[in-house]
Design a protein. Structure first.
Length: 241
């Protein structure tokens, strides 16, 4: 499959900046703290989690004073867009990483341009992605015992239908303190497959900001981050590998 990188619309970043402004208004945190702990910009700039001291992040911060933060943010994203920081092995729209005996699943739209990767027409393609991935995992990571997921996307039936029932039957809402939110696992709900902002979710979110509480910043998001887990044998059996 050709790796077609989707360019994200500026509106997506502007939505996060609305949230940044509100968090700063309600807290004593610096702009740098809020950008690192309450947005996914470090991921969208493809800097990874430990980005605070990188030259690009420092350049981004230095350009903000006296300029339009929205314009600076989007320009930084576009300048960084062609680069890829991570080099994970990809199986269609899915990839994974392993920690100990636990496999963590990741999803990213790498499907054909203009096609929803979770549409009914693309179910067989996604099942094939996962079949190939778990055949590889079984061969290369024979000691793996558990599969875990953590994302807003487990709220979608169109995503959950791709997995063994045992994996998605008991979803747990992730809770956390008020000092941060989980970056891409929660912000990506506002992003459509074609890079445009998910307007329905965005409108709900903007309406919820009227009741924003700094003690519980996650509650304004339409979809919460869900955690799922099951024995890896359920995956092998489900995909027949």
């Amino acid at each position: 499959m050709t790796d077609t990188k989707v360019v994200i619309d500026k509106e997506y970043f502007d939505l996060e900046l609305r949230f940044v402004s509100l968090v700063m208004e309600k807290s004593q945190k610096s702009l740098n703290e809020v950008l690192l702990s309450f947005t996914d910009f470090h991921e969208r700039f493809e800097l990874g989690l430990a980005c605070a001291d990188t030259p690009l992040w420092q350049k981004y911060l230095k350009e903000i004073p006296g300029q339009n933060i929205s314009e600076v943010t989007y320009r930084t994203y576009l300048e960084r867009h062609p680069y890829t920081f991570f080099n994970d092995k990809q199986f269609g729209c899915f990839s994974f990483h392993v920690m100990g005996d636990v496999v963590y699943i990741h999803f990213k739209n790498k499907d054909l341009p203009g096609v929803s990767p979770l549409s009914r027409e693309r179910v067989s393609a996604r099942i094939q992605d996962l079949t190939n991935m778990f055949a590889y995992i079984r061969e290369e990571f024979p000691d793996a015992k558990t599969v875990r997921g953590r994302s807003w996307i487990y709220n979608l039936p169109s995503y959950c239908r791709l997995f063994p029932p045992e994996y998605v039957v008991n979803k747990e809402v992730e809770t956390g303190d008020s000092d941060s939110i989980p970056a891409i696992p929660i912000w990506a709900q506002f992003l459509r497959y074609d890079g445009r902002r998910n307007r329905n979710f965005a409108d709900t979110f903007l309406g919820n900001l009227q009741k924003f509480d700094i003690k519980n910043p996650r509650e304004v998001f339409p979809c919460q981050v869900l955690k799922v887990e099951t024995d890896i044998e359920n995956f092998y059996r489900f995909y027949g590998v």
